[in-house]
Design a protein around this ligand. Sequence first.
Ligand code: SF4
Length: 240
Amino acid sequence: MTPIQDAARDLEGAEPAEILRWAYATYPRVGIVASFQVSSSVLIDIASRLVPAVDVVTLDTGRLPQETFEIADELRRRYRFRLHVGLPEPAEVRELTAAHGLNPFYQSVELRHACCDIRKSRPLDRVLESFDAWTTGLRRDQGGTRTQTPVVAEDPARPGVVKLAPLANWSRQQVWDYVKEHHIPTHPLYAQGYASIGCAPCTRAIEPSEDERAGRWWWEQESVKECGLHWSPEGTLVHR
Ligand code: SF4
């Protein structure tokens, strides 16, 4: 077994704070990757209680709702984290939009993946070159490809980088309970019926009866709805 596999076994049932404590003790550069939904805000809160300076990584895809920038600023004022922003390469966006228009993601799954690749995956690759480990807010109870999310694993897309999912074993309710208990400000779109929030053209509010992620890329089949940042149950990236 590798040291990371040992850690994954030891931390399998650990609380998020214990997983993050291990990460900060093991790696000099840990990035909390945040979309400023509740899961990443919980991780920022927990990390802020463990270390004096938290590094938060986010992606400005160029298509985010204004409310995301507002909550990001509010959280930054509260936690005073260092912010690292990944941006798409303008030339890549120019090439995609020249060939397929400004909203290519509605035309086909392939073009949606191409947009996510240019606006999310590649910018994340570039920012994470400065980090040894990064966290996601993935939870196994979100279903689909997330049910097998490892708590700790080598990032299959980035050799030498470790990917952590400290909330893997938490439920949605536990996340919201933590938010309420610690009075963490939340993304304004939750109050409008959104349950999962990404880019504006690819996110909608959901009905109470719908699945948490039903409002993401709702025009696609359930089986392909991942953004390319995350691993499959086999430990490989889903769309790269
Ligand atoms: Fe493009 Fe939509 Fe993916 Fe955002 S979520 S990068 S707009 S396809």
